[in-house]
Design a protein around this ligand. Structure first.
Ligand code: ME8
Length: 512
């Protein structure tokens, strides 16, 4: 039976332009979606924009445009960033769309009908930047001695009528969820943090605001708009057609994976499952939090002027070099630093040298010495079998790594094989065999071509464009690019196209 795989990115706030941090989570989710498609799963991949709330309203005011018009522009920018990064989303949800508004209201009604919402008044701290309520005990001293949120965001005292969600009723069930399903939340650091936060005791959550208008009206009480996080989290269901149980996309629920940044783990691992429990809806299978990027050692911020638009990096280094770098540089889930030097080194050492040269050397030997024709697969020597044995297990090995969101480890598994191929080609020296044993030369080249096919197939999710070009050069047809297709050897005799370099070395332009 085909397995369904529903993966989501956060929906991004439209209060500012997209940057490399946003692109990062989307690239990781894209790699997961592409991997599962190639594994034969039925994939639904959702991304989009989070357009309501006070933060967006204020950004629109500052720009002197109406919130909807502002959101239209920034949302289009996020979509074009996703397209530029080759994010293969199946749908792009916007929270200002009527389908989302109706769905979020239906979810609210369901939760309210089940008795989990009541009207009261909120008095407490709110951090606009985080769109988050904080308890007095969570605040810390800021640089000027003033109280700030644990994230460093300024807080203000808010006092207004509000609907509340009975979050405290769900404390035990949430702890049970983390306990019984250790795979629900990762990585370990985020899991431990959330568990200890919940163990300290959950307060009921204010889920509506009356002091501004830019939000989804609370059903039955138009004085209130929904708290932006209730609205935003509902996107994962609204895109599927909730509450229409017969909507074909509802078959994708529960989500297989919500990929988020570590800053918003709390909302996804506490609030979201609690809302769903209250509504009687199945819980997502997994929430995984990626780490944080700094730029040349510094936090990215508008005031420092170091906000990196991923499209600028792509223009300079190429898309696949950027996609590769962000997932290769640090174990997925950990924090990392984006530096030009590290990006160039990864590109030159691992892409241009380890992989690009291997392909180029092999393919040019085939072009020169075999007339560009794919040699037959014949008897394998022990060395051949050992190398190909490492390739054959890659789909299984990577599936296990993907299951635990270990994207960097998955790349390392492939690179081990690439390094083994380089050792093999140096040891077998097919260029020398040309003079002594032409048949053995053809066998060695065939082994290398098969290994490269396996490597390129497994790397497609990470670097779709360059691996498509590599597979073209290896004579692999479109139908032969799935993981399952690797089980069938290509028939010899195919004419391969003329080899062309795939990963150029990056040379810093001369400073004048
Ligand atoms: O939080 N490093 O939207 P947002 C790594 N609308 N990832 C980063 C990053 C960085 N420096 N900066 C941003 C919101 N991200 C809500 C989400 S979901 C129902 C609602 C990524 O625009 C990371 O995934 O602030 C983070 O969680 C997300 O962008 C926050 O985007």
């Amino acid at each position: 039976m085909t397995r369904r795989f529903y993966v989501t990115t956060p929906i991004y706030y439209v209060n500012g332009a997209p940057h490399i941090g946003h692109a990062y989570t989307s690239i990781a989710a894209d790699v997961m979606a592409r991997f599962h498609r190639l594994a034969g799963d039925d994939v639904f991949f959702l991304t989009g924009t989070d357009e309501h709330g006070q933060k967006v309203e204020q950004a629109a005011q500052a720009a002197g445009v109406a919130p909807k018009e502002f959101a239209d522009n920034v949302s289009a920018n996020f979509r074009s960033m996703a397209d530029a990064m080759a994010i293969s989303y199946d749908d792009f949800i916007r929270t200002t769309e009527p389908r989302h508004i109706a769905s979020a209201q239906a979810l609210w009604r369901k939760v309210a009908d089940n008795g989990a919402i009541y009207l009261d008044a909120y008095e407490g701290w709110y951090a606009l930047r985080d769109e988050c309520f904080y308890g007095e005990d969570e605040l810390v001293a800021g640089p000027d001695g003033k109280k700030v949120a644990p994230t460093g965001a300024p807080v203000e005292w808010v006092k207004e009528p509000s609907y509340f969600f009975r979050l405290s009723d769900y404390q035990d069930r949430l702890l049970e969820l983390y306990e019984q399903h250790p795979e629900f939340l990762g990585p370990h650091g985020a899991r431990n943090e959330i568990i200890s936060f919940v163990k300290q005791g959950l307060r009921n959550l204010s889920i509506s605001r009356t002091s501004f208008k830019w939000g989804i009206p609370v059903p039955g009480d138009e004085q209130h708009v929904m708290y932006v996080w209730f609205d935003a989290l509902a996107n994962y269901l609204s895109a599927l057609g909730y509450p229409d149980a017969d909507a074909p996309r509802m078959a994708y629920w529960p989500a297989s994976l919500h990929l988020v940044g570590k800053d918003i783990a709390r909302f996804h691992a506490i609030y979201w499952p609690a809302f769903l429990m209250a509504a009687g809806i199945d819980l997502p299978k997994k929430v995984f939090a990626n780490g944080w990027w700094t730029i040349e050692g510094q936090k990215m911020s508008k005031s420092l002027g170091n906000v990196v638009d991923p499209r600028e990096l792509v223009a300079e280094f190429g898309l696949d070099a950027v996609r590769f770098f962000v997932l290769r540089e640090v174990p997925f889930g950990g924090d990392s630093d984006l530096s030009r030097k590290a990006l160039i080194t990864r590109n030159n050492v691992e892409l241009a040298n380890d992989l690009g040269n291997l392909a180029q050397r092999t393919l040019s030997l085939v072009a020169r010495n075999c007339g560009g024709i794919l040699p037959e697969r014949r008897m394998l020597t022990e060395d051949d079998a050992k190398l190909l044995g490492q390739v054959v297990v890659l789909p299984q090995l990577l599936a296990a790594q993907f299951e635990r969101c270990a994207l960097t480890d998955a790349l390392e598994d492939v690179w081990k094989v690439i390094r083994a191929c380089n050792a093999y080609i140096d040891h077998q020296a097919p260029w020398a065999l040309r003079k002594t044993d032409v048949e053995r030369m053809a066998d060695v080249l065939r082994v290398l071509l098969d290994a490269l096919r396996g490597i390129a197939t497994m790397l497609q999710p990470f670097m779709p464009d360059s691996m498509a070009r590599m597979l073209d050069q290896l004579g692999v047809t479109q139908d032969e690019r799935t993981f399952a297709a690797l089980e069938v050897a290509l028939p010899g005799g195919r004419q391969l196209p003329a080899p062309q370099g795939i990963f150029p070395r990056y040379v810093e332009p001369e400073q004048s």
